[in-house]
Design a protein around this ligand. Structure first.
Ligand code: HEC
Length: 543
């Protein structure tokens, strides 16, 4: 395909309701007012070949938050659309005609997700080759405008790249790569690796977590490497398209004494998707799961199957922190992030070693909202959208959270006790909605935010605390799932001092991992683990 398209003619086609009809489902002004994603910055989000693919094969890779839901009603009606609102009384779907229908929950016979995009196949059928090229050229020109906020020091207009990037070394031979399901036909589940970490007490054994519910033990010997199944909870969990399934793992701080570890995953029960945190035990020799049933600690009902967080980790205080997303739909229309009566859109903190009456855990005595009526006592901080990955700096104890944004901005924050991180009043540094804004409230801005030009889905990482003499010592390393860029940054008092693109990953960055020496790894969604060889680069050399 040549690049000799004409964007102006492509735009004509885009808005022509009789021809391409793209504006039936897409706004391009950042309002997200239609059934499909707002395409304001789609030319930043995707390179040309992926834009072509998005138009030719809409169902190959469905944008998170824009899956199709099918509802059958008791009176025999059938509705198909993208969920726009979901309350205790009704569900609102926006269909292909961009009209909304509201269906009373009591009237719903069945509700299910579809593997097919609401965007129809074959939209290019009536176009000449030149017209299609023009249309794609128009999409390429859709770049996020510079806003007043881009001058904010936490969201630099340009992120310089290290002249010599950090090398990524495959951690095992390519043939060992873990299974990854590609979408070949509608209905295929897309799933991959989501977590990696060292098995405590060993020097050469690691756990690798797959979204479908499988956990492998990976062992590195001097001459070879092996993988064996550590646990398989496939049958206990819900895993469909999108960021759900088995998403995170955390070892109990006293794992070597009590063998306990914790998982965060989705379940489908009583017709609803929910996020659960469960406790499991490893076998006496730690080399496999014990096979004993999971002990469920917490269950949180989701609104849609997206944005359920994914991460859990023990803090330096010994308590378990759980990142919980707003669970959609897009915009967080009910303001869950700002609502202290729900666990959605929060950082939660629980004590797994004790139990309060009626709970499978205890509430730590210094949780910020403990004792306030109508407030969920598990809440540690709020105003989060999709805190997919977070970690603690082992030296300072700072809690670093990568919070995935909606259509414009990705953000990284240091989150402290009781704080309001702003969603959905703010997305990054920019105002997002005034609907749930409260006078006098303090919304804590991120340390670092970036626009679509640099990526479309933040994956939080770790502060590097490996080699003390490395130029990366104390640098927070994170990345973007979509753009594959890896960033390094330094801050003081939560103000960004320096940020650089330090490298790029060959696969989608689903997560970062660490080992006992504090070295950092990239978890490639498509089945590989890479070690960051930080000795190959220097963070302090001005790019
Ligand atoms: C009937 C509604 C509908 C029409 C018409 C439609 N789209 Fe879409 N489009 C969607 C939905 C829903 C999605 C999100 C699901 C997905 O990724 O397939 C989407 C996704 C996209 C994406 C990917 C966006 C992202 O952020 O991942 C692009 C690009 C796109 N559409 C371009 C177009 C163009 C160009 C046209 C006109 C030729 C068009 N669409 C017509 C509904 C529609």
């Amino acid at each position: 395909m040549g690049h000799d398209g004409n964007a102006a003619r492509g735009r004509e086609l885009f808005i022509n309701e009789e021809r391409a009809g793209c504006t039936k489902c897409h706004s391009v002004d950042g309002t997200s007012s239609k059934a499909g994603p707002d395409l304001l910055a789609v030319g930043d989000k995707f390179p040309r070949p992926e834009l072509i693919r998005a138009v030719l094969e809409p169902s190959a890779d469905i944008a998170v938050g824009y899956g199709t839901t099918i509802v059958e009603t008791k009176s025999g009606g059938e509705f198909q659309g993208v969920i726009k609102q979901s309350t205790a009384e009704s569900l609102e779907l926006m269909g292909a005609d961009s009209k909304s229908v509201r269906i009373a929950l009591g009237d719903i016979q069945e509700q299910r997700g579809s593997a097919l995009s609401l965007m129809p196949d074959g939209l290019q059928a009536g176009m000449s080759r030149q017209e299609f090229t023009d249309l794609i050229e128009y999409l390429v020109t859709l770049k996020q405008p510079e806003s007043a906020f881009t001058s904010n020091r936490g969201m630099p207009v340009d992120i310089p790249e290290l002249a010599k990037p950090v090398a990524l070394r495959p951690f095992f031979a390519e043939e060992m790569r873990f299974p990854h399901s590609f979408v070949q036909k509608p209905g295929d589940v897309r799933s991959g690796l989501v977590w990696f970490g060292q098995l405590p007490g060993t020097s050469n054994a690691f756990l690798v977590v797959h979204q479908t519910g499988k956990i492998w033990l990976l062992e590195k010997h001097s001459t070879n490497e092996t993988k064996t199944l550590f646990a398989d909870i496939t049958r206990e969990i819900f895993n469909e398209r999108g960021p759900n399934g088995l998403l995170g793992l955390a070892f109990h701080p006293k794992f070597l004494e009590n063998h306990k570890y914790y998982l965060k995953h989705q379940v489908f029960e009583d017709g609803k998707i929910a996020t659960t945190v469960v406790e499991r035990r490893a076998s006496p020799d730690f080399r496999a799961d014990s096979g004993q049933a999971s002990r469920r600690l917490i269950k949180i009902i989701s609104v849609t199957q997206d944005h359920s967080g994914g991460c859990l980790a023990f803090g330096p205080d010994g308590f378990l922190y759980i990142g919980m997303g707003d669970t959609g739909p897009q915009q967080d229309p009910q303001g869950h992030g700002q609502d202290l009566t729900t666990q959605l859109g929060k950082m939660l903190r629980i004590d797994v070693d004790h139990a309060d009456a009626g709970l499978a855990y205890a509430i730590p005595a210094d949780n910020p909202f403990l004792g306030r009526p109508d407030v969920r006592p598990e809440i540690w901080a709020y105003g989060l959208r999709e805190p997919w990955r977070f970690s603690f700096d082992p030296v300072t104890g700072d809690l670093w959270v990568g919070d995935v944004g909606q259509d414009r901005i990705e953000e990284v924050s240091i989150v402290r006790r009781g704080e309001n991180m702003g969603w959905n009043v703010y997305e990054g540094f920019e105002p997002f909605s005034n609907r749930y804004r409260k006078d006098g409230a303090t919304y804590v801005p991120p340390v670092f935010a970036y626009r679509r030009k640099y990526g479309a889905s933040i994956t939080g990482g770790y502060v590097y605390r490996g080699d003390r003499h490395s130029s990366f010592y104390g640098v927070y390393i994170c990345g973007d799932y979509v753009s594959h860029r890896i960033f390094g940054l330094k801050q003081q008092d939560r103000a960004l001092q320096v940020v650089r693109q330090i490298g790029a990953a060959p696969q989608g960055i689903a997560s970062f991992g660490t080992d006992e020496r504090g070295e950092i790894y990239v978890v490639g969604y498509e089945g590989m683990i890479y070690q960051l060889d930080l000795a190959t680069a220097n963070f302090d050399i001005q790019p």
